[in-house]
Design a protein around this ligand. Structure first.
Ligand code: FES
Length: 266
């Protein structure tokens, strides 16, 4: 659907906050879902691109789809230069979402970089809904303090946040799993679940830790996407196979959220 950029502003050095005013877009979404965005009628290097939904606000009755993105290459550099009022096409909400069972009483959220916005949305959903979850713990990690996003959102929801950065510029120096591992060792694990979203190295480390501890883990995976709905097969990732050959899943259609035990982690 046709939409317009409402705002496109800097958050920290490589990260920006984009709002897309999209009349007719659903007013709600489930944390983990994403949108495909591209300029209309353009052979631009920019898009289509998939972005996790951070939140949906309202502007005079028009839904504004909010996204946090990182400037990584040519496409996101182009996007960073797009001014308010510029027309784009947006498709969504797409994909599945994090699923919270009624038996879960402790939710552990682990994220970094552009994986933080969907985890922030999940924290908001947990705080605002009638889940049985009593304890909510958030672990954020990144290379530097710039990768630690949405801190004010977590504070607003009264969620305790454990922070690590590789250069020690915020929180303790190290990796998310350096704090998450000891936390799990000291926790009652039977009603605990981990939700995670972030760079591949973080997802792999968290998935392995969860498996070692015997804790369920849902992970939201990033992939390059051309269509967003299962048509191009460009977002296939390796899944655990029960047969002799390899198995694959489509991130856009089967995910982006998977039980970490479904996937192959390298
Ligand atoms: Fe086309 Fe997933 S993005 S099949």
């Amino acid at each position: 659907m046709r939409a317009q950029i409402a705002f496109n502003r800097s958050v920290s050095a490589p990260y920006r906050h984009l709002g897309i005013a999209a009349p007719g877009f659903p007013e709600s979404f489930a944390p983990g879902q994403f949108v495909m965005v591209r300029p209309p009628l353009v052979t631009d290097p920019l898009l289509p691109r998939a972005f996790s939904i951070y939140r949906i606000s309202q502007d005079g009755g028009t839904p504004v789809v909010e996204i946090l993105y990182k400037i990584l290459g040519k496409g996101t550099q182009c996007l960073s230069r797009m001014e308010p009022g510029r027309e784009v096409e947006i498709l969504g909400p797409l994909g599945n979402s994090f699923a919270i069972g009624s038996e879960v009483t402790t939710a552990v959220l682990a994220a970094g970089g552009i994986g933080v916005p969907p985890i922030s949305a999940l924290a908001a959903q947990i705080r605002n809904s009638q889940f049985a979850i009593r304890d909510l713990e958030v672990f954020l990690g990144g290379k530097t303090a710039d990768d630690i996003l949405c801190l004010k959102d977590f504070e607003a929801h009264g969620v305790s946040v454990h922070i690590t950065t590789e250069d020690g510029s915020l929180g303790s120096r190290g990796l998310v799993t350096d704090l998450l591992g000891p936390f799990l060792l000291g926790s009652r694990l039977s009603a605990l679940i981990i939700f995670t979203c972030g760079p591949p190295g973080m997802l792999s480390a968290v998935a392995r830790l969860a498996e070692t501890c015997g804790v369920p883990c849902q992970t939201s995976v990033e992939a390059n996407m051309a269509c967003g709905f299962g048509a191009c097969m460009g977002c296939a990732i390796e899944a655990r196979s029960s047969g002799p050959g390899p198995a694959y899943k489509l991130v856009c259609k089967d995910g982006p959220v998977f039980d970490s035990r479904e996937l192959v982690w390298r």
